[in-house]
Ligand binder design. Sequence first.
Ligand code: AMP
Ligand code: ZN
Length: 483
Amino acid sequence: MARANISFLMALRLCNTLTNREEEFTPLEDNLVRMYSCGPTVYDYAHIGNYRTFVLQDILRRFLKFKGYQLFHVMNITDVDDKTIRNAKAAGVSLRQYTDRFTAAFLEDSEKLRLEKPEKLVRATDHIPEMVELIRQLEARGLTYTSDGSVYYRIGSFAGYGKLSKLDVAGIMPGARVDVEEYEKEHPRDFVLWKAAKEGEPFWETELGPGRPGWHIECSAMSMKYLGPSFDIHTGGSDLVFPHHENEIAQSEGATGRPFVRFWFHCEHLIVDGRKMSKSLGNFYTLRDLLGQGFSPDSMRYLLASVPYRKQLNFTFDGLRQAASSIERLRNFRLRLQTEKFAEGQEPAAAERLARASADFAAALDDDINTAAALGAVFEALRELNIAADAGRFLSGNVPAALALLDRFDRIFDVLGTEAERHQSNELKGLAVEVDEKLRQRAEARKARNFALADQIRQQLLDRGVIIEDTKEGARWKLKSSA
Ligand code: AMP
Ligand code: ZN
């Protein structure tokens, strides 16, 4: 039925971590793809390694749409864990205030890197009741135990444990009780679902007792809430295969008895000069660091996308400069197409070359999102067409197809907009994120009857040229100049 819209020329093949094979991808239901991505832990600015995974997920997202699928993509924000709690405490602010700040920073960086917004972006702390409910279901099925007020998952009770990471559970002998993160467990691999409240840490008063969720339960609860018990694609960096995703499977399938995720898509890491990126090695970069050094977000996006997701990417400044010059070549070619006076007519060889490049581009992405091959298809054609044009073998009738190839490329890679266009739209989008956040804070202040704070926020926005109007549907805003 709705499948009629899908480009059937070639099927998308994806390497599925669960089966360890490349498989043909089709969604569970009609042409709708349900996809979940583990989002950032907002304890600090995300680093460019994190953004490699987010950019590659964005490429997958865009290619699914390119093929005619509809997408329902959910991403979470992990806004409660040991690191967010520790850093909020050190900064002397509430957990929410702290994580709001780094969520806003993540959204700003994401805009700069042209990451499409998932259909739903959700915060873990807004889903505590769903997590509690899921833990209750696991309890009812006898998959948990309680120790010192914390609830654990007993992995020995779930037959499929290890199937994603190919971990041999039988080979792990239960040893003496271990005390990881200061919580008592029966088996070293058992993991915490609910952590008992600790002195000086935020907690929620729930049926499970006072405490906070473990990291893994967050993603099971949020993904299944929005996507159902079984969905199509789950993504993340390769470090999440074990234990995070293995535990998500145990939680979700343990609770529902149904298969959780059909395709697991894992991005290999970004490394720096052949070594793991880490603060202690001094090779740790945020997007802000690199933009501050004069590199553009387009070059960064291009570089992060250019190596296929199943290979590690070795980050170097040279690579970043090459990315910038690759984008320049594409922009110059476009400028040539737009400004040069080519002779009238249509050159069949050029037309054929363009058709081939366009098909090769899509075929490369169909082949397990081979971004390097997709770029290769475009650049080879570009080189040959430049030569042809110099020799008068590229005619005005070939221009539309050449521009269409660049459009096709940019629907996925999205790096060709001019700097001026980018600057303006980024500024406006940055402002929109900021205003939304302020409006949320103002609504909270009003709810708490803190009208002084609400007025202060209104004034802050006015100072930025933003006027708020309160309507029955909530607050709206507009720019002073367009008032
Ligand atoms: P986190 O904020 O630590 O929860 O990580 C957010 C995402 O970035 C997850 O999907 C991680 O697997 C991924 N990630 C972490 N480090 C890297 C890296 N060096 N290269 C690529 N992805 C990474
Ligand atoms: Zn997750």
